[in-house]
Write a protein that binds this ligand. Structure first.
Ligand code: CP
Length: 343
């Protein structure tokens, strides 16, 4: 057990030292070959989903079961009381329960709380407060795991780092293209932001490709540049959908909303529509280094974000990437709960 990880909240990967992330990745890799017996026997996780999920929910539930523990899945507003997270409000609306009670009550029965709370996509400043997640973290005496918030998806980023390890061994100085892709809806920045920061911190040579108008927030870019400078990595920005693929060793596609038009998505629509050609095609993949794999966090819209020919071809590793969500979640649960022996 790495004592430094025990009892901590897991809200963003950048909250953890590179050495601590390495411990989590080593443990994740170990989960593939080691039967950890039932180190979480008698322990429970409450998984609070304010938004839908396939991978995060399944991986967390199965991770707890595989480790001998138990998971309770709650969907506030559907099968659990709708939650309020703001302080000092008069609760005469739809929300019947405040996180101030919900978090300690769940913690009195469970050893860990997972929270998925997507941004409302109206005000970036408001979304960036991550009010629901941060309220759980403030009021829970047990570790809170971010299962995707407005800014971060650390479980996804950890699985992505494990995937890079499987592809490259050490990903340092390897070339990653993170490319924006067209999507009919404005999507949160959590996945691309977490991936960009994790890859720069891992010392990768990152190219961020996106149309003009889809810049990531300057705070994110500044942190990514700082991480790259600290680790000997590199961060370049490209505004075209073709040449960015040249010589890349791994391609990661994701769509995100334009921060410049945040909350004014009717105004964003024509800018987005003009970028409809930003799709990962077989021809674009041909520009990469030979055999460079294709990654996406999923779910993905076929022939909108990426063509069938890529997704169904030998270079797509999206299923293996998603499968890595299981072992990485097992490693996180074990590490935060201080169980499972040293590795
Ligand atoms: N990548 C990911 O988090 O998938 P889900 O939204 O299905 O959990």
């Amino acid at each position: 057990v790495n004592d430094e990880l025990v009892g901590r909240h897991f809200l963003a990967l950048e909250d953890f030292l590179p050495s601590e992330i390495d411990v989590l990745l080593d443990r994740s890799a170990g989960m593939m070959t080691t039967d950890p017996a039932r180190p979480l026997a008698g322990r429970s996780a409450a998984l609070v989903f304010l938004n839908p999920s396939l991978r995060t929910r399944t991986s967390f539930e199965v991770a707890m079961a595989r480790l001998g523990g138990h998971a309770v899945v709650l969907s506030p507003g559907a099968d659990a009381w709708k939650l309020e997270s703001r302080d000092g409000v008069v609760m005469d609306g739809a929300a019947a329960e405040h996180v101030r009670e919900a978090a300690p009550v769940l913690a009195s029965m469970c050893d860990l709380i997972g929270v998925r709370s997507f941004p409302e996509m109206k005000s970036f400043e408001e979304d960036a407060r991550e009010a629901v997640l941060r309220s759980f973290a403030a009021h829970s005496p047990v570790p809170v795991v971010n299962m995707e918030s407005a800014l971060s998806h650390p479980l996804q980023a950890l699985a992505d780092l494990l995937t890079f390890r499987q592809v490259f061994g050490n990903p340092r100085r390897r070339r990653l293209l993170l490319t924006w892709a067209y999507h009919p809806k404005p999507l949160p920045i959590a996945v691309p932001r977490s991936l960009l920061l994790a890859a720069c911190r891992a010392g990768m040579q990152v190219t961020l490709a996106r149309p003009r108008g889809f810049e990531l927030p300057e705070e994110t870019m500044a942190m990514a540049r700082r991480f790259a400078a600290e680790t000997g990595g590199d961060l370049a920005v490209c505004e075209g959908p073709d040449e960015a693929f040249d010589g890349q060793e791994v391609v990661y596609a994701k769509s995100w909303a334009s921060p410049a038009f945040y909350g004014r998505f009717a105004e964003e629509a024509p800018v987005r529509g003009a970028a409809r050609d930003w799709r990962v095609t077989a021809a674009r993949m041909e520009r990469t280094a030979p055999g460079a794999p294709f990654m996406h966090c999923l779910p993905v819209r076929r022939n909108v974000v990426v063509d069938d020919a890529v997704l169904d071809g030998p270079r797509s590793i999206v299923v293996r990437q998603a499968a890595n969500r299981l072992t990485t979640t097992m490693a996180v649960a074990l590490s935060l709960l201080g169980a499972g022996g040293g590795r």
